[in-house]
Design a protein around this ligand. Structure first.
Ligand code: 6PG
Length: 476
């Protein structure tokens, strides 16, 4: 029987505790909130033991000890580690199951390693429901410790459609938390795409909430089957209990964020990886939060929306294909980011393992993850998912429909930053000759930064023509 310490007994921690106990673990429990450990222990019966403080928690465990932290990221995690470290012994392990910033995890791992204690970073996805009945777990850290703990985590994890546990060691060091961060960046972008589809259908085409619900439900049953699409159907199915009208119409159009999407966008910029839609999804939330400014600007400048004059059915059909293509483009950006950052850190992340873990339990689970896992299994060195024939066929099948959606949004003044940025990403990726020759030239003109030439190796500077704005005969 696995004996674990569990520290942090909020909704996520308590649900994980119940999940552990369902699978035969015994738990030593601690939470700084008075009475929290006692209440949960009473609930868990003989499998849970309340501990008065971190010292008692550590003392209650057999060596080598494992303490799972489910505390808020940032300072509370550092405080929890501070309280445990002096009481633990060489060979013990602390698992941080929070949404930690991956660089914090690396720093904490170095600190714990000084005391020969393993700090493992687990990306845990699936919210409260997932914690209770099966989360996806992206684990990073020491292989031997993870091998020892694998049976209990395989047991509590969600199961993919083929029955495989959605728990895996994705790599060394902070790999688990980094992969979870990118998961959340993808989550933001997939949510944004669905939100843009909703905006186009409800507020441009003028479908009712019930009609959009029908459409989304059909998509969720078919080609666009995903947890987030199911969430969208639920959002449109829910009525305000006060008067039975659609709740969605009363929800203020401002989106909050806790920071993981920002970390993903920051990582893309820091490591020089193009992930425009992951970043746009963060910007889009920021723009949504400017409600007062938007209202004032709409009143003063006029709203951009232009009445829809196109073919409703054609746009609806196009949106389904565009969503599929854009969802894949977002995943391509996420995996490209993982590939680049993994190469810098040498975490040993296998993208096929990541795709397999994401097939169940997590927020971005969808039927797309299966062909993606297969693509990376067959071609582990694939530099971009869009270069895999099977995935590209899915994108190409919606090419003209995606353009139709983007053109319609732009022509009617409906902001659709996820659809348009993802399309520009795909177009940019397969444009052999881009506009950057002009950027290189300008840089050399004003800053002598140099440029590369097709016809000669090395760096070059030019003796640029002097400014002459006079019209030339023949347009030269
Ligand atoms: C998950 C979710 C979870 C949480 C997000 C919400 O995988 O279970 O991603 O971690 O819902 O952190 O993030 P925002 O508050 O930033 O939207």
């Amino acid at each position: 029987m696995t004996a674990l310490g569990l520290m942090g007994l909020g909704v996520m921690g308590a649900n994980l505790a119940r999940n552990f106990v369902d699978h035969g673990a015994t738990l030593a429990l601690y939470d700084p909130a008075a009475g929290a450990a006692d209440r949960l222990a009473a609930d868990l019966g003989r499998s849970g033991r309340a501990c008065a403080d971190p010292a008692a928690l550590v003392a209650a465990l057999p060596a080598p000890r494992t303490v799972f932290l489910m505390v808020p990221a940032g300072a509370p995690t550092d405080a929890a580690i501070d309280s445990l470290l002096p009481r633990m012994a060489a060979g013990d392990a602390i698992i941080d199951g929070g949404n930690a910033f991956y660089k914090d995890t690396a720093r904490r791992q170095a600190r714990c390693a000084g005391a020969n204690i393993h700090l493992l970073g687990f990306g845990v996805s699936g919210g409260a429901e997932g914690a209770r009945h099966g989360p996806a777990i992206m684990a990073g850290g020491d292989r031997a410790v993870l091998d020892r703990l694998a049976p209990i985590f395989n047991a509590i994890a969600a199961k993919a459609p083929d029955g495989t546990a959605c728990f895996a060691r994705v790599g060394d060091g902070a790999a688990g938390h980094f992969v979870k961060t990118v998961h959340n960046g993808i989550e933001y972008a997939h949510m944004q795409l669905i939100a843009e589809a909703w905006q186009l259908l409800r507020r441009l085409v003028g479908l009712s909430q019930a009609e959009v619900r029908e459409l989304f439900a059909r998509w969720a049953r078919g080609s666009l089957s995903s947890f987030l699409m199911e969430c969208a159907v639920r959002a449109l199915d829910t009525m305000d209990p006060a008067d039975g009208t659609p709740l969605i119409e009363r929800i203020v159009d401002t989106a909050e964020q806790k920071g993981t999407g920002l970390w993903t966008a920051n990582a893309a910029l820091e490591y020089g990886v193009a992930a425009p839609t992951l970043a746009e999804a963060v910007h889009a939330r920021c723009l949504s939060a400017l409600k007062d400014t938007r209202l004032a600007a709409a009143a003063a400048l006029g709203a951009p929306s232009i009445a829809f004059s196109g073919d409703r059915q054609a746009l609806i059909a196009a949106l389904e294909k565009a969503l599929m293509a854009a969802n894949i483009a977002v995943l391509a950006q996420g995996f490209a980011l993982i590939r680049a950052v993994n190469a810098e850190h040498g975490w040993g992340i296998d993208p096929a393992v990541v795709a397999r873990v994401w097939r169940g339990g997590c927020i971005i689970r969808s039927t797309l993850l299966e062909p993606i896992a297969e693509a990376f299994s067959a071609s582990p060195d694939l530099d971009n998912l869009l270069r895999h024939a099977a995935l590209w066929r899915l994108v190409a099948a919606g090419d003209s429909e995606w353009r139709q959606v983007a053109v319609t949004a732009v022509a009617h003044g409906v902001p659709a930053p996820a659809f348009t940025s993802a399309l520009a990403y795909v177009d940019g990726l397969r444009t052999g000759r881009l506009w950057a020759d002009m950027i290189a030239a300008q840089r050399d003109i004003f800053g002598q930064h140099g440029f590369a030439r097709f016809d000669a190796p090395g760096r070059h500077h030019a003796d640029w023509a002097p400014l002459d704005l006079a019209p030339r005969q023949g347009g030269r």
